[in-house]
Design a protein around this ligand. Structure first.
Ligand SMILES: Nc1ncnc2c1ncn2[C@@H]1O[C@H](COP(=O)(O)OP(=O)(O)O)[C@@H](O)[C@H]1O
Ligand SMILES: [Mg+2]
Length: 229
């Protein structure tokens, strides 16, 4: 088996990427795998003891099977909650794929899988030339697409899937996240996407409030097709 991890992207920011990443980590751990989480680039941080710390990265760090340092999980934390390349420019930082790759490989050495959460959506810029797509390409990981099931999601999901396909990376599957209780016809939207997206529906997640309630819905997510190279 040579899949070393997954890159979790979404149709937008705030669509459930962190909840899905944590759910995927727990589901892999339940099957006996050692898993690390990674959030290579994060904006919207608080000041911590050793520098800026991002809530997503802290959760991924806590969920990792073996102790990992904050910097290993999140080499590029930025305080302001703006697009990362804007935050990086303000801090005089140039986000480099080689640094992200080195941190990923360090994490891979002590884990069977590294679950990497993107920032925002697929084409969020990380510097003047590159986007999150280049991070996924640099790590050469199969992609899990999280779709927030709501008005507009068909277009966002199909555009993202087309871009993933164009990148040459494999879409390992997608997750329907019914996180909007006001959404009308959510079942129809999920059914449309099942027909039109070029990968398997890994989990159909219901609205759930409370700590860990979303992640608990990923028990059956780790299938042979997800783990196939
Ligand atoms: N299925 C769901 N039901 C209820 N709340 C959800 C669900 N999925 C995500 N959320 C909430 O929506 C917010 C955004 O989710 P998050 O995983 O942080 O998104 P992202 O990582 O894509 O920015 C969080 O407050 C999260 O708890
Ligand atoms: Mg997140």
């Amino acid at each position: 088996m040579s899949v070393r991890g997954f890159f979790v992207t979404g149709t937008d920011t705030g669509v459930g990427k962190t909840r899905v990443s944590l759910g995927l980590m727990r589901a892999l751990q339940a099957q006996g795998y050692r898993v690390s989480g990674m959030k290579p680039v994060a904006s919207g941080c608080q000041s911590g003891a050793g520098g800026p710390e991002n809530e997503d990265a802290l959760e991924l760090q806590r969920c990792s099977s073996l102790p990992v340092s904050y910097t290993q999980v999140n080499p590029y934390p930025f305080l302001p909650a703006v697009a990362p390349h804007i935050a990086a420019r303000r801090d005089g930082v140039n986000i480099q794929l080689s640094v992200i790759r080195a941190h990923f490989h360090a994490l891979s050495e002590q884990a069977d899988f590294v679950v990497v959460e993107g920032v925002g959506g697929w084409l969020v810029p990380i510097n003047a030339e590159q986007t999150m797509q280049d991070v996924a390409l640099a790590l050469d990981l199969p992609v899990v697409l999280v779709v927030a099931i709501r008005l507009g999601c068909l277009n966002h999901a199909l555009l993202t899937a087309a871009a993933i396909h164009r990148s040459g990376l494999r879409m390992a599957g997608w997750v329907a996240n019914r996180m909007d209780p006001a959404c009308e016809y959510p079942g129809e939207l999920v059914a449309e996407l099942e027909q039109r997206l070029p990968a398997a529906l890994l989990a159909d997640v219901r609205f759930a409030r409370g700590c860990g309630a979303v992640e608990k819905q990923f028990g059956g997510m780790v299938t042979e097709s997800l783990l196939r190279d």
